[in-house]
Design a binder for this molecule. Sequence first.
Ligand code: ZN
Length: 162
Amino acid sequence: MNAQGLNIGNAQELRELYRELILDHARSPRHFGKLPHATHSAEGINPLCGDKLKLYLDVDDASNIRAACFEGSGCAISVASASLLTETIIGLSEKEAIAWFTAVTTRLTHGDPTGEFSAVDLGKLEALEGVREFPARVKCATLAWHALRSALQQRPAPVSTE
Ligand code: ZN
């Protein structure tokens, strides 16, 4: 996409760009599939919408995330969010990934009332911030992130939004 002509001050254009980014990731999710040598995995289920995904991680001995993949099915928001998650966390340490979990889930759920995360650059994930106006969609957008935390904490039971 050519961002040259994009006027960031134009909220309508920005929304359109975000919508395209979400649809692109929903149609062609990145890192989609099973990870053969996963060290961590977790399932996420959002019964309200029917989103179901499984996240796989390969974490090395130094606690760095070498690879991340996911599989499953769900609405465009849940799939795009999982796709963006894998792009974001590959190469991060476990600690950094948890910090992202906190920043993303807080911003998508509550905004940033205390200003705690105002300095956090969510990058492409800002495309998902529009879900905040739609509480039912927040669960779609944060599902993969809850699965991430669950995987890193090695929780045996699937996480459910309900
Ligand atoms: Zn959904």
